[in-house]
Design a protein around this ligand. Structure first.
Ligand code: ATP
Ligand code: IP8
Length: 249
């Protein structure tokens, strides 16, 4: 099974609340359609400009308080809205995407999944559905409520299921040695334990950004690709194992 992360930065413009890049997601569905059903896929998408602004507004990361309960639900509903847009695009292409709400199956602690069943996902995959998970709110052992990043979900799944590769779709060409907006930033072609990377992700994000993504990727046993998801054909290359973006063996 191939896990594809649809980064929040490609499915929406993080600086514009509730913006959705329909054409980008259509392109991704189109590329996946050329490999399905020969290959199995599990998708995870980020919060983008649906999840992050609300998570920040309601202070979800700071933990449970009675007056935040409505905001907790609102943030989840916003993610369901974004998830519906994505799933609908796949269904239109006759790809059997199926929404799985992470907050209904996982309990977290310190931002990481500590309890949860992958049984439904495995059963869906077995029948060739394409489960579609997403960064979500979550009940948390330590602080009552918190945000569960899509990147953390992928780590958990990679540790539990048979994953051939993980492909992170981003709005830049891969991992750079520093923030790609900085002059002289160089693309890192091969990521290993010695690679040192600088750079913070935007002010709109409540989750860990690029450093967290790299940390999670380094923990994974399977190959990981970081590629530009806005460039048509890149996903196909990564699925076929061609050289593209940043690669972690
Ligand atoms: P999300 O995690 O919300 O789903 P995403 O997967 O699209 O989002 P981001 O967390 O937004 O990923 O990270 C991608 C952004 O990180 C890029 O837009 C890039 O500008 C920024 N960035 C900062 N430093 C680096 C770096 N060293 N290498 C690559 N990107 C970097
Ligand atoms: O964008 C964050 O998930 P991520 C989800 O994958 C919310 O880090 C609700 C902000």
């Amino acid at each position: 099974m191939i896990v594809v992360k649809l980064g929040g930065s490609i499915i929406s413009d993080k600086s514009k609340p509730f913006s959705f890049r329909q054409n980008v997601v259509e392109g991704i569905a189109e590329e996946i359609s050329h490999f399905y059903p020969k290959k199995k896929f599990l998708l995870v998408h980020g919060g983008g400009s649906y999840g992050h602004p609300l998570a920040k507004k309601y202070g979800i990361r700071e933990g449970f308080a009675e007056e935040k309960m409505i905001g907790f639900s609102h943030t989840h509903q916003a993610m369901l809205e974004l998830n519906k847009k994505i799933v609908d695009i796949f269904l239109k292409k006759n790809l059997p995407a199926f929404s799985v709400s992470p907050s209904s199956v996982f309990v977290i602690e310190n931002g990481e999944v500590v309890e949860g069943s992958t049984a439904a996902m495995e059963a869906l995959l077995e029948k060739n559905f394409i489960p579609v998970l997403f960064g979500d709110v979550a009940m948390a052992r330590d602080r009552g409520m918190d945000i569960l990043s899509g990147d953390q979900i992928i780590s958990f799944i990679e540790g539990k299921l048979e994953v051939e590769k993980v492909i992170f779709l981003m709005d830049v060409d891969g991992i750079y040695d520093r923030n790609p907006d900085e002059k002289g930033a160089k693309l890192v072609e091969m990521l290993d334990k010695k690679t040192s990377v600088e750079g913070k992700t935007g002010k709109f994000d409540v989750t860990g950004g690029i450093k967290n993504k790299i940390e999670e990727a380094m923990k994974m046993k399977c190959p990981v690709y970081f590629i530009n998801g806005m460039t048509r054909g890149n996903l196909t290359k990564a699925i076929e194992g061609e050289k593209v973006g940043t690669y972690k063996p």
